[in-house]
Design a protein around this ligand. Structure first.
Ligand SMILES: [Zn+2]
Length: 287
């Protein structure tokens, strides 16, 4: 009786094991790519509104590689910050976010309003709250201003959001035109960039500093965008001379990246080193 019972259980166990192996094998032999959940415009929510996090959509290398159409909407993005910069789908101009309002600076150098349903392939924003404030009442060019700001940063290894507002002797900005498919890469696009010169202008520089170690993801060092005080013109800043400005610096110790969940991003090879091209695209024509 005892023996029979053992056989009975052992046979049953064997049957269960065989069924399990069959199921495992059938799941192994028919691999299928799964769709990523949450395609579309819904972004991962952060737990609380915070003033520490730099919030980024996609990566600079994706943008360098011509990924100019993503599903991120400005309506969603504005939940994550009131200050920052980026661009628009089709690369239709330079974006600046100041005091919670998005501005689109098109290839005529002028600003346009941005609807919530508008989309962006790349942006870096944050909630701005100054940790320190100081004044600059001297004539500093792009390089000198950068060095001045660097000296005031507690560490090169943090992120910083910096608001520089006041009077400028000079500012040079650029913007780019909306692109048509098949998209050229960003280096090609910026060969046709338009530049705009402002003399004795009042306005605000929206500046971000990213540590060198994130250079695969964002522009390392400073990235400056500019908008005039009347909010009517601006662009990506290429040259500047300060006159009398107030600088507010906001230290950032957290970094969040939201990746595109569909489309070209999933298929594009982003392994190639593009540091020189990024430098050319974002920093050339300093003065
Ligand atoms: Zn820019």
């Amino acid at each position: 009786m005892k023996k029979k019972s053992n056989n009975y259980y052992s046979n049953k166990l064997t049957a269960i094991l065989l069924a399990g192996i069959f199921l495992y094998m059938s799941s192994c032999t028919t691999p299928q790519k799964k769709e990523i959940q949450g395609q579309g415009t819904t972004l991962t929510p952060l737990s609380t509104k915070d003033y520490q996090t730099v919030y980024q959509l996609s990566t600079i290398k994706a943008l360098m590689n011509g990924l100019y159409d993503e599903a991120f909407t400005f309506g969603e993005l504005k939940k994550h910050g009131d200050f920052g910069m980026g661009t628009f789908n089709k690369l239709d101009g330079e974006m600046i976010l100041l005091d919670g309002v998005f501005y689109q600076i098109k290839d005529d150098g002028k600003t346009y309003s941005v609807p919530d349903i508008g989309k962006t392939p790349f942006a870096t924003i944050t909630n701005f709250k100054a940790d320190t404030t100081f004044s600059i009442n001297e004539d500093l060019n792009y390089k000198e201003l950068s060095q001045y700001l660097e000296r005031l940063m507690p560490s090169e290894n943090f992120f910083y959001a910096i608001k520089i507002e006041g009077e400028f002797k000079y500012a040079r900005t650029r913007s780019v035109s909306a692109q048509q498919k098949p998209y050229p890469n960003l280096l090609e696009v910026t060969k046709d960039q338009r530049t705009f010169d402002f003399q004795n202008v009042e306005g605000t520089i929206v500046a971000l500093w990213s540590p060198d170690y994130v250079k695969e993801l964002n522009v390392p060092g400073f990235h400056f965008h500019f908008i005039t005080k009347d909010l009517k013109a601006g662009g990506h800043l290429l040259g500047v001379q300060t006159k009398k400005v107030k600088v507010q610096m906001d230290y950032k110790s957290a970094y969040h990246i939201e990746l595109p969940k569909a489309g070209e991003f999933l298929k594009t090879d982003l392994k190639k080193d593009q540091q020189k091209a990024i430098e050319k695209v974002e920093k050339e024509k300093k003065r």
